[in-house]
Each structure stands twice: as C-alpha cells, then as structure tokens.
Design a protein around this ligand. Structure first.
Ligand SMILES: [Zn+2]
Length: 467
C-alpha cells in the first residue's frame, strides 16, 4: 500500500467512524424524543381507561369483545392510514351465575371457598356436585393413585407455582398443565370433577380462571373444572390432613355455545421506501371475564396502538409498513393469531419484526426474542441506546403466543418483557382491573416498543439474513 492509498483508507475509516457515531447520536436523540412523547402526551392510558371501565372484560364471543372491536377500530382510524377488521371464528363460552363451592367436614361444617369455573369447562348438575376430594401434586400422581382411589371423586390439583423461579412465567409454565389438562386426565380415572389451585404466587382470596381443554376425551366423559384461591387451596390441604375422606361441593352453570364470528383489528401506516415489508406490533383484545383485563391484555393492546400514535404525532415517516394487530381469542383458542398468520402466508407478506406485548403493563425491562444468534448480534448492538431507560433484558426466548404463528414469515419474533413479579397476582382474576395498572409504567412500555420498532424500521433485519 503506498502512502496515498493509506491516507485514503485512513480518511475513509475516519469518515465511516464519524458517520457511525453521528448515526448513534441521531438514534439516541430519536429514542429520547419517543420516550418524552410517551411520558408526556400519550393516549395509551386514556384508551385503557375506556377499554377497562367503559367496556370491561372482553371474553371471546361476548358483547364486550365486540364493543372492544368497534372502539379500537375507530381509534385506530384516527392514528393510521388504514384500519380494518379481519374475520375469525372463535369459541363462545359463558360463565353463567356465580359459582359456589365449599368444603364439607364429617361433622357437617361447611367452609366456603373462593372459586371460579375454568374457561371451557362444563357445568355441574343444576343442584351442584358433592363428592369426596383427593389431593394430588400433579397429573403424574393420578397413575400412582390409580382408578380405585380416584373413581367417583373430585381431584384437587395443588402443585404451587415455584417461588424460587425469578422468571415468574417459568413458574407458571411449571404448573399450568394442571389447569389446562387436569380435567381430561382425571376423567380418564373416573373423577367426577377437578379443582385446581390458582396459578398465583401470592397467598390471597382471588380464584384465577384460564383456559382448560378436554383434549380428545369423549364428550360424555367431560367433568366440571374450577379453580380455588391460593388461601383456600392451603385451607383445603390442611383439612385433608385432618380428615382424608373430606367432601367438597361445587356448583357452576357455565356453558359452551359453539363458535361465533369475531375479528382481529388491524391498523397500519404505509412504509415510504419498502411498503411490502411489514413490522407488526400487537396484543390481544380478548380477555377473561372476571376482571376487566387491564393487564391481560388491555395494556398490550393500547401500547401497540400507541406505537402508531407515536409515529403519527412525531410526524415520523416510516420506511416500512408499521401495523398494529389487536388479536382476538388469545386466551382460549389463539384463533386470531392463526387467522392473521394464515392470511399473511397466503399473501406472501414479508414480515421483518413481530413484536407482542402480553406480559402485563408493568415497568419494561427489555425483550425476549425468537430469532437466530446472527440477528441477535444486530439487536444487541442497539442495547446502549436503551440503557438510559433502564432497559437491559435482551435474551433469546419468550416472544409470545400471538406472534408465534408468524415464525414462517421470516420475522424476528419479539415480546416486551416487563417486570413479572406481580403479574400473577392479577392474571385471569377479578383484581385485573384498571387501578392495577400504573400510567407511567404503561407508557414506558409503549415507548420501549416504539423504540425497537423505530430501529427495525430504520435498519431492517441484519443484511445476512435478508431473503
Ligand atoms: Zn394474555
């Protein structure tokens, strides 16, 4: 290399480094603007207020779910170029009147417990169901006990969420099989009903509902399934220690109504340079019926809408198409997510990023990603930009249920990861209400999502990965 070439190379390196530095400065300024906007002039909290307090719990197929569809469509129209509905068939299940349950001791004492039917369960006979109750630590215990000890009884699943797991979603994953498949498994052994300890790390009186499935069990073998609060699970456990032939009474009149039409709600801002490349942000519009679904997943819905509102109000012109998808039926079927992914595949739409928020409206910590290590390198290079906002969690794994079916589109799948320590205090219970969501924490989540969307919009996927 002669001196002249060396000088040119040095100058080029210098110019490149300078350009790179100025890009970082520019990006950090834009992130600052995004956070400022979200913390001072965001619509997310107002939208959540309406969804929670004016509409309420939005179980798939319910009038409230339909009201939420209409409301969010209307609001999305105000902050996007286009907003539209995507039809999807969903299961409809209704809880009916309030459930009733109590422990019956040999001396005739009745101890009332806080109970709720699991979503998808059948009713008990009209007069209720009374039977001896047998406690197990999990589905595996059924085999150990055998048909003799289970037949004609109510099975009580009492394996708690593990307190030592810092990632509370792992603790949830460690025992949710009792709720989802417990009834189908126990029915095979002749059980007449199941009662599940609520998926909750805290000791309190709230029963937590959630989806259950009878799998491929013959319909005539279906048995009612309910959840009791953690306090009552402890009480029942204590009573069973005193008296092994303890009886339990359960009465619920929930009902499955087949399928009805519902909708995903979609709003988008068209990309200026690459309109065919799509970035999805989403949460699920349906919720359980006990509370108003503020954390699960009203928060994710309004944060996703807020990403578009932020873009609009900052007058930012995205290169790529930014699309908010409010998925229907995450809780008991995932029909909305599957319908969206099927439509995207049919149109062969290229998705760059699919970012979901469905872990509560708590203080954001970062993101979980489902992508390749190469793509993670690019994502990790953005970490310093998030440092001022205390966003530090960038790990592989745990994106989310609704974006999962989009894996084949080539999208980087991502899930906002808020602090999860208090999430299961509220999850699927009657205390998941508007007052449980902190405005500022909700806004920080939306700002964090908007920032990741901005970076993916600007840089696209890592070049090596481009199709
Ligand atoms: Zn959820």
């Amino acid at each position: 290399m002669n001196k002249f070439t060396l000088l040119v190379v040095m100058l080029m390196c210098f110019a490149f480094a300078k350009a790179q530095k100025s890009t970082i400065v520019q990006d950090s300024t834009i992130l600052r603007t995004i956070y400022n906007q979200n913390l001072t002039n965001s619509k997310s909290y107002e939208w959540l207020d309406h969804l929670s307090n004016n509409i309420g719990g939005r179980l798939s197929g319910s009038p409230q779910a339909q009201m939420a569809v209409e409301y969010t469509l209307n609001e999305l129209k105000k902050v996007t170029d286009t907003a539209y509905l995507q039809s999807v068939m969903v299961p409809k299940w209704t809880r009916g009147t309030s459930e009733l349950a109590y422990i019956q001791t040999a001396d005739g004492t009745q101890m009332k417990v806080n109970v709720c039917a699991l979503g998808g369960s059948i009713a008990t006979p009209a007069n209720g169901l009374s039977a001896q109750i047998v406690e197990v630590e999990g589905i595996d215990d059924l085999e150990k006990l055998g048909k003799d000890k289970i037949n004609g009884k109510i099975v009580f699943y009492n394996r708690p969420m593990e307190a030592t797991k810092i990632q509370t979603f792992d603790a949830y994953g460690g025992c949710v099989d009792q709720r989802y498949s417990g009834a189908a498994a126990a029915a095979e052994y002749g059980a007449v009903g199941v009662v599940v300890r609520s998926m909750n790390l805290r000791m309190d009186d709230f029963p937590h509902t959630g989806a259950m499935s009878y799998g491929d069990l013959a319909m005539e073998k279906y048995i009612p399934a309910a959840a009791i609060s953690t306090n009552d699970a402890e009480k029942l456990h204590g009573e069973l220690e005193k008296q092994t032939d303890l009886k339990f009474f359960l009465k619920q009149d929930c009902e499955n109504h087949g399928e009805v039409e519902s909708f995903n709600v979609i709003g988008e801002i068209k990309g200026a340079e690459f309109p065919d490349e799509v970035i999805v942000v989403g949460g699920h519009l349906d919720s359980w019926d006990l509370g108003d679904g503020s954390h699960d997943d009203g928060a994710g819905v309004v944060q996703s809408m807020q990403v578009l509102e932020t873009i609009k109000s900052l007058n930012y012109k995205p290169k790529r198409t930014i699309r908010a998808v409010l998925f229907m039926n995450e809780e008991n079927g995932l029909r909305g997510a599957n319908a969206y992914a099927a439509a995207a595949a049919q149109k062969d739409q290229k998705h760059i990023l699919a970012l979901e928020s469905d872990a509560g409206g708590f203080t954001p910590r970062g993101f979980g990603f489902d992508t390749t290590p190469t793509q993670m390198q690019q994502i990790n290079s953005w970490q310093p930009l998030f440092k001022p906002y205390l966003i530090h969690y960038f790990e592989i794994g745990g994106s989310g249920a609704d974006v999962g079916p989009l894996k084949d589109t080539g999208a980087v799948l991502a899930g906002l990861r808020p602090d999860s320590q208090r999430y299961f205090d509220y999850h699927h219970a009657s205390n998941d209400t508007f007052d449980a969501v902190n405005k500022r924490e909700l806004e920080l989540g939306a700002a964090t999502m908007s920032s990741l969307v901005y970076l993916f919009d600007k840089y696209g996927q890592s070049k090596k990965l481009k199709k």
